[in-house]
Design a protein around this ligand. Structure first.
Ligand SMILES: Nc1nc2c(ncn2[C@@H]2O[C@H](COP(=O)(O)OP(=O)(O)OP(=O)(O)O)[C@@H](O)[C@H]2O)c(=O)[nH]1
Ligand SMILES: [Mg+2]
Length: 363
C-alpha cells in the first residue's frame, strides 16, 4: 500500500520559513499561546529534519489491551515487550530497531532509552517501531508519554480492538485533531480471531465510516490478529513501503506546519467578529503579509476562509486537555479545506546490518 500521492507543492523548508514569518508577524496581534505554539512546531520540525531521515519512526498507539505489545513482539519476531493480563501493562515506550545504525541521536531526541534490535530481517531496514503505553490510561504518566510521542513520531499506527474501536477517547482526542496527518496514519483492527468473518467486515466498515467522520478518509485499515498472525504480512508490507519511501517524516512535518498555520489563522482575538477577523487576515500591510505567510505555510490560499470560520472553533480551542491543547485549536473543519500539497526533500538510502533478537543496541 502506497502513501496517498499528492501533487508537488512548496518545499517543507519554504513552508517552515513562512510559518516562522507568520509567527513573527502575529506577535502582539494574536494570542501569545498561538504564536508560541506555531514557533514550537517550527522548532520541532527543524530538529527532526536534522536527525536521521533514513529512519522511519512508527508508533503503535491505542487503548490498553488492544494488543500493541503483542503486535510489537510479532513484528519484531521476539518477546521484547511484556504482554499482560492485568491492565495497563506497558508504562514507558520502548523501541525495536531494524538496522539501527545511526539512529542514536534520533532516539535520544525522542527520549526513548529502551532499545532492542528486531529479530526479523528483510525490507524493514530503517524502521524504528515504538510500543507505547495506553492513551486512555488510568495513569496520567502513561497518557503524558503517549501525547509526547504522538507529537514527534513519523508514522502513527493506531491499534484498536473490536470492543473499543469506536471509543470517543480515540476519535475526539486524537484522530479528529490529527486529520491533517492522515497520510501518516494507519489503523489496525487487532484481535480479529475473536470475531466471525461477517463481524470482521462489519467492524471494518464501521471503522471506515468513523474515520471518514474524523476527516481521515483514505487511511488504511487492516484487520489483523497478533495471536494467529492473520493480516500480519499485509501490515509488514505496508510498513516496508513506508520505510522504503522515506517520506513519512516529511509528510508528518508538512501536516504539523499546516495544522500550526490553521491554528494561527483561527486564533484571532476573542472579541473580534467575523468581519474584524477577516480584516486581520485580509487587509493590506501587516494583515495581508500575515495572510500571505500563513497561506504559504499551509501550502494553500484557503487560510483566509479558515480565519472567517474561526469563531466556530474558539469554544473548542479554549477547552481540552493541556498537553494536546495545541492540537485542539485545529479541529478538522478548517483543516478539511486545507489540503496539504507540500512534500519535503527525500532522504538518502540506508544501509547496514540487521541486529539480533532482544539484543540491546547502542544508539
Ligand atoms: N485473542 C487475541 N488476544 C490478543 C491479541 N492480541 C493481544 N491479545 C491479548 O490481549 C491482551 C493484551 O495484550 P497486550 O499486547 O498486552 O496489549 P497492550 O495494548 O500492549 O496493552 P497495554 O500495555 O496495557 O496498553 C493479552 O492478554 C494478549 O494476549 C489477538 O490478536 N487476539
Ligand atoms: Mg503494552
Amino acid at each position: 500500500m502506497k502513501l496517498l500521492r499528492r501533487k508537488e507543492g512548496p518545499s517543507l523548508d519554504s513552508r517552515l520559513a513562512a510559518l516562522l514569518e507568520a509567527a513573527s508577524l502575529a506577535e502582539g496581534r494574536l494570542p501569545e499561546q498561538a504564536v508560541s505554539g506555531a514557533r514550537s512546531v517550527a522548532e520541532r520540525a527543524g530538529a527532526r529534519r536534522n536527525l536521521s531521515v533514513d529512519h522511519t519512526v512508527a508508533a503503535l498507539a491505542g487503548a490498553t489491551g488492544s494488543g500493541k505489545s503483542s503486535l510489537y513482539n510479532a513484528l519484531a519476531g521476539a518477546e521484547l515487550a511484556a504482554v499482560g493480563v492485568t491492565r495497563p501493562t506497558t508504562s514507558t515506550a520502548q523501541a525495536a530497531l531494524w538496522d539501527g545504525e545511526g539512529a542514536g541521536p534520533l532516539l535520544d531526541w525522542l527520549d526513548v532509552p529502551q532499545r532492542h534490535s528486531a529479530a526479523t530481517a528483510g525490507d524493514l531496514s530503517g524502521l524504528i517501531l515504538l510500543d507505547l503505553p495506553d492513551h486512555d490510561s488510568i495513569r496520567i504518566s502513561h497518557r503524558l508519554e503517549v501525547d509526547r510521542l504522538v507529537e514527534l513520531v513519523d508514522l502513527l499506527v493506531w491499534v484498536v480492538d473490536p470492543q473499543k474501536y469506536a471509543d470517543a477517547a480515540l476519535h475526539e482526542r486524537y484522530l479528529r485533531p490529527l486529520a491533517a496527518h492522515r497520510d501518516v496514519t494507519v489503523v489496525v483492527l487487532n484481535q480479529v480471531d475473536r470475531l466471525p468473518a461477517q463481524a470482521v467486515d462489519r467492524c471494518l466498515r464501521d471503522m471506515r465510516r468513523l474515520l471518514d467522520d474524523d476527516g481521515m478518509k483514505g487511511v488504511p485499515v487492516l484487520a489483523v490478529s497478533a495471536r494467529t498472525g492473520t493480516g500480519l504480512p499485509q501490515l509488514r508490507e505496508l510498513l516496508e513501503d513506508r520505510v522504503s519511501e522515506r517520506e513519512s517524516w516529511s509528510a508528518r512535518l508538512a501536516a504539523d506546519v499546516t495544522t500550526a498555520a490553521a491554528g494561527l489563522a483561527t486564533a484571532a482575538p476573542e472579541q473580534a467578529g467575523p468581519a474584524e477577523r477577516g480584516a486581520v487576515a485580509g487587509r493590506p500591510g501587516m494583515g495581508g503579509a500575515l495572510t500571505g505567510a500563513l497561506s504559504q505555510a499551509a501550502g494553500v490560499p484557503l487560510v483566509v476562509e479558515a480565519v472567517a470560520k474561526g469563531h466556530r472553533h474558539r469554544a473548542i480551542v479554549a477547552t481540552g486537555w493541556p498537553v494536546t491543547r495545541w492540537l485542539r485549536r485545529f479541529r478538522p473543519d478548517p483543516l478539511r479545506r486545507l489540503r496539504v500539497d507540500g512534500m519535503a526533500p527525500k532522504g538518502t538510502a540506508a544501509g547496514g546490518v540487521t541486529g539480533r533478537a532482544g539484543r540491546e543496541v547502542e544508539g
